[in-house]
Ligand binder design. Sequence first.
Ligand SMILES: [Zn+2]
Ligand SMILES: [Zn+2]
Length: 385
Amino acid sequence: MALDGSVLERMVAIRRDLHKHPELAFAEFRTAECVARELAACGLSVRTGIGGTGVVGTLARGDGPAIGLRADMDALPITEETQLPYRSARPGIMHACGHDGHVAMLLAAAYHLAAMDDLRGTVHFIFQPAEECEGGGRAMVADGLFRDHPCDSVWGLHIWPGLPVGRFATRAGAIMASFDTFEIVVQGSGTHAAMPERGNDPFMVTAELVMALQTIVSRRLNPLCPAVVSVTQIHGGDAWNVIPERVTIRGTVRCLDEAARGRIETLIAEIGTGVAVAHGCRAEVRYIHGYPSTVNTADSVPWVARAASRAAGEGACDSDVAPSMASEDFAFMLQAAPGAYAWIGADGAVPSRPLHNPGFDFNDAALPLGAAYWTALARDLTARG
Ligand SMILES: [Zn+2]
Ligand SMILES: [Zn+2]
């Protein structure tokens, strides 16, 4: 399925313009404006301001299945270190996760699908804000995305370094992990560092906790259950000779299984309070639920494989790829409707920089493949009605 040359040219220009003008979570005003303008130019009905800066363009062609195709729009708080002519003009903000390309691919599909006379059914083009940490997907669902735009199924696509251009990948079940955070405030009793017996040292608890938390994955969970518990911050003390009153530990938890997620939450609380008590301290444990795991419906996977084959050739999709322990707020949309999330290859002759790296740039060679994938997927899914 070839992509019309003029559409492709336009999408590369849009992608690079978005790259140059990145916007952070829930502040994608210029981006949303661009998306709304392009969708309207395709002749779609457009709704803006869903879940903050979210935009939905609807192509309605009478009776038939209704599907949702989703792209994310936000950039990251990273200072770009490329020398690209279209590098970020906004210091400290950068499209380092390819969301500029996601927008362009989905817009290209909107152009193509809108120009097809034989389409039957409804395609909602969903452009969501704030994928990075802030849960824009959740915000759109909570703001009535699927109430106002009912979808029989919903689909997501992300550029993926490590996978060559021309390849796609997905899997049945969990493809990306849940993302939670925790905070343990260890309350001790401050004292002179030369007289530790006069207080209760929260640093001893902290040191033990960093190690003890690792026993959750290594000793308490089934070894076949993938999970990560990482301590990422320790804050406490500001003098050479003072044992402080308290130390704060923060970290993140990732896992693929909801039951394991609940178990980890319980164990962090148990271990946190238990280790503190053993040293005459107290711990306040706070566990904050972020994103659930991204779970693909098993019978959606063949649709991904078929669309990938049409876009990039027979067998272009690995339908049983290993999951990633990174996270994705498309998870909230998949909780509301069946569907699947897939990856599209990023690596050319030179491998792509990793996502969230200051040297990352969306590989424009993936643009026509992503657009063709979306187009094929929408045609297949609406044709089944
Ligand atoms: Zn990202
Ligand atoms: Zn991303």
